[in-house]
Design a binder for this molecule. Structure first.
Ligand SMILES: [Zn+2]
Length: 435
């Protein structure tokens, strides 16, 4: 490849990090998405790539572009990244989270790994193609989205609902979170390719009782009933369920590390995986974590109603059995309201694109081996997969062996290794040229 993409990726990423695109979840305090989308549009336009800026609400901008491929009869490949970031509290950071500072071999800033790094890589690669007259083998659709960090309502979900025509013919997609390395030893690095995501079900539990005076004997107290249900849910450990993706992951990791991982009881082995243990631990069972409580309005009044929010994450194929189990735990009297639901997604770890990922990685890192994994969180892939697109998390990065990568997502001192970013550009370029 031409080296210009590698040369400019750091500067592009710095520019993006310096645009504050904090998404608080409240449209009144969410900023910068339009500025960032205009920046990307400008960089694409410089290289002669036309794009469309689409606002789902004032300043909630999404950007879509299509680069025609050599064989237009083939299905297109969607390459997507979100431009928004979660908030950062400057007082907790070692550097200004929006300074794009380079220090100790890292580029620092909110969004450095989630996911302005990949946004910049994509931009660097396609700008280089345009400069050198390169035409990719098939159509590449670029999508830069808003609102990934707060439910996707103004971003990918809006795009697929209002403008599905922009993604016509797309068969596969790559985006976050995957493609990063986990070092086994100096000759072997596993690169985790995301092929599945857990589903999300935000529930509100409602308990009702007889309102009354706080000084009386009272056996029908909504707060007590709710508290019992919340405690039962919070203390419950759902059983281990090993889905196809996780089974393959455990087999391959077990083989790479030379350890036997018992699929019926993989927890002990997962705990030994170091930096990625946290990422994997939540992928072998459904989870339900109480996050909010709401009841009462005065110290001496027993309210008639009490509510709690529970953040539930379900494995592919488990949504219904999970709900049945949850109902048993909380009992028949507490009402369940579904506040926000997103289904789990899963695709096979196979096919030409998956093979091309492995080949692109090995060309840059002879010790690379790809393994599929299930992610416990959710991404824009949930929206795009509703269009029938096979979605993969593949934003390639080579990481230092001891870096706690998982902790950087939404974390304090989020940063990306500069060399890892350049590595990512080279791998992405190879992949897209052979996709
Ligand atoms: Zn993200």
């Amino acid at each position: 490849m031409n080296s210009s993409a590698v040369d400019e990726v750091v500067g592009l990423c710095q520019d993006l990090l310096r645009i504050d695109t904090t998404n608080t979840g409240d449209p009144r305090t969410t900023v910068g998405e339009r500025v960032a989308a205009e920046y990307v549009a400008g960089k694409l336009a410089d290289a002669g790539i036309e794009s469309r800026l689409l606002e789902s609400a004032p300043k909630r901008a999404n950007l879509v572009a299509r680069i025609p491929g050599a064989d237009r009869s083939r299905g297109a490949l969607l390459v997507h990244g979100h431009l928004d970031v979660v908030p950062a509290d400057k007082s907790e950071w070692s550097v200004d989270p929006f300074s794009g500072e380079i220090k100790d071999g890292y580029l620092w800033g909110r969004g450095a790994v989630d996911m302005k790094d990949f946004d910049a890589m994509v931009l660097a690669v396609v700008r280089d193609w345009q400069r050198t007259g390169y035409v990719p083998p098939r159509d590449i659709i670029l999508a830069y989205t808003a609102d990934e960090e707060a439910g996707m309502e103004y971003g990918s979900q809006w795009l697929v609902q209002k403008h599905p025509e922009l993604f016509e013919g797309a068969t596969e997609a790559i985006g976050e979170v995957g493609g990063y390395s986990y070092t086994v030893n100096k000759d072997l690095r596993l690169y985790l390719v995301q092929t599945a995501e857990k589903g999300l079900d935000w529930l509100r539990l409602h308990a009702t009782g007889r309102p009354g005076h706080g000084s009386f004997i009272h056996d029908d107290n909504a707060v007590t009933a709710l508290a019992e249900a919340v405690a039962a849910v919070g203390r419950h450990r759902f059983p281990v369920v090993v889905t196809p993706t996780v089974r393959t992951f455990l087999e391959q990791v077990g083989e790479a590390l030379g350890i036997d991982i018992d699929p019926a009881d993989p927890e002990l082995a997962i705990a030994k995986l170091g930096p990625i243990a946290n990422l994997i631990g939540a992928t072998i069972r459904n989870t339900a974590n109480p996050t909010r409580l709401e009841a009462g309005y005065k110290d001496n009044v027993i309210p008639g109603r009490a509510s709690a929010t529970v953040d539930c994450r379900t494995l592919p194929g488990q949504a219904e059995s999970f709900l049945a189990e949850l109902r048993e735990i909380i009992g028949p009297d507490v009402e369940i309201e579904h506040v926000h639901q997103q289904p789990a997604v899963e695709t096979e770890f196979g096919g030409p694109l998956v093979n091309a990922m492995g080949a692109a990685l090995r060309a840059e890192d002879p010790g690379a081996r790809t393994v599929p994994y299930l992610m416990s969180g959710g991404t824009d892939a949930k929206a795009f997969s509703t269009l029938g697109i096979r979605c993969f998390g593949f934003a390639p990065l080579q990481l230092p062996p001891d870096l706690n990568f998982a902790a950087l997502f939404h974390g304090i001192d989020e940063r990306v290794p500069v060399e890892g970013l350049k590595f990512g550009v080279r791998v992405l370029d190879r992949l897209l040229r052979n996709s």
